[in-house]
Design a binder for this molecule. Sequence first.
Ligand code: UDX
Ligand code: UDX
Ligand code: ADP
Length: 477
Amino acid sequence: APVKVTKICCIGAGYVGGPTCAVIAVKCPQIRVTIVDLNAERIAAWNSPDYRLPIYEPGLVDVVREARGRNLFFSTDVDKGIEEADLIFVSVNTPTKKSGVGAGSAADLNYVELATRRIANVANSSKIVVEKSTVPCRTAESMRTILEANSKPNCRFDILSNPEFLAEGTAINDLFNPDRVLIGSLQTPEGKAACDALASVYANWVPTERILTVGLWSSELSKLAANAMLAQRISSINALSAICEATGANIDEVAHAIGYDSRVGPKFLKASVGFGGSCFQKDILNLVYLSESLHLPEVAAYWRQVVEMNEYQKRRFSKRVVDTLFNTITGKRIAVLGFAFKADTGDTRESAAITLIKDFQSERALINIYDPKVEHSQIWADLQEASPLVPLDSIKKQVTICSSALEACKDAEAVVIATEWKEFQEIDWETVYKKMNKPAFVFDGRLLLDADKLRRIGFKVTTIGRAAPLVQGSVPN
Ligand code: UDX
Ligand code: UDX
Ligand code: ADP
């Protein structure tokens, strides 16, 4: 295998492959980076002259502006990309299987397999193949089997696992200053040489003590485990938020007190309406499936509970909205602010907002949605997918997409904060209050708003992780 990497190809121009390889191009001007994808529309967007990129990520445009056309290229010619490269990232999607064995929890590795077979068919020289998509343990082994069974003579493939830990919304910063880079390889001389080759790419900007090299399977498991542990923190704090709501304890105070213990740490303890995103649920379910396949049912049940708690949290929140609005929201207008699964992204995968809105739909409420970044077409697609049996026309009779928070709140009975967009803090709540029906309710599912200030304006405020005020209008502790 080549020891020095000069040409990189990334298969998959999505949320992971796009930003990751764009940053590699910026940090390694001596390396030619080509990102390929079968989706021509996506590639066209990456190549658009006015930088209307297919994903929204703070700082991404600047990175692409700097490197595109210099040593960063986007193309639909997958085969050419493979042929030219000495190192190939496989960064394709790995959704949860919808049918067949393991439906609902196992990863659909079809895209990984197709990309791997493509590499095997097309390659005429040795390659380092890097698994970048989050995949269950031992996928690298399957990739190796496919590549070895289909390779040509004098064509050697070394497989590495190099999971990506970036979070959406902070991807560029995470890539510039990663907590760590993890590279897994076979512990053979060839495997270690391939590992060194990839490590030296990252060493262009990542301090070497942050580049961790481990065995292939440790690397694959670490990615699933890291996401499972992070999600577990949120489900733990959300479980405590239910106790707070029932007792008068305040979840922010509890989280603060817990986080002060240096063994626990303060980050990632924000109670919410439930976690979303493409990774947490999917990776935990992969871990559950893996545990079951290994005949470890107790381990599977332990991790499954993290996802169940998240479902419970979403259901609990929509029920609280209905209960507070005098047990019925039929025909009432509810403004849902935020549709993305977290702030600073236009991504909606597994967003809690989708579940809440579906609950409101089945209670026959009227729903106004506003999100600063999510495309309207995406919202319709998500709502249609959530209710496959309801015609889109009927959905559109119940749901309106608005172009500002103020517009969404007009004539509404209640405002629901589903995503922690900073701009919702800066809303002119006095004006919102005037435009809403009375009593005007606010449900803060993100601990985002100053509840006391809103109460002084006249709102009835319900906050996640806090008891409802005993006397309407009084300020809870
Ligand atoms: C996550 C991991 O953080 C990242 O390391 C991994 O590579 C991919 O999965 P991401 O899903 O992009 O990243 O976002 P993250 O910031 O982790 O948030 C996930 C969900 O948890 C969001 O819905 C967020 O709102 C929610 N969350 C996060 C909370 O509800 N409370 C918190 O304290 C933190
Ligand atoms: C614990 C809390 O740490 C402390 O803050 C609280 O006030 C009382 O309970 P303690 O039970 O004395 O303190 O010891 P601790 O160090 O927390 O260990 C508890 C158990 O967990 C021990 O059996 C320890 O061996 C085990 N442990 C701890 C692990 O198995 N792995 C670890 O990483 C840490
Ligand atoms: P992630 O969040 O993991 O980056 P995305 O769905 O955003 O996932 O991106 C994965 C991308 O991979 C998609 O744009 C998809 O078109 C692309 N892709 C899937 N299979 C292949 C393949 N065999 N060859 C090239 N691109 C592929």
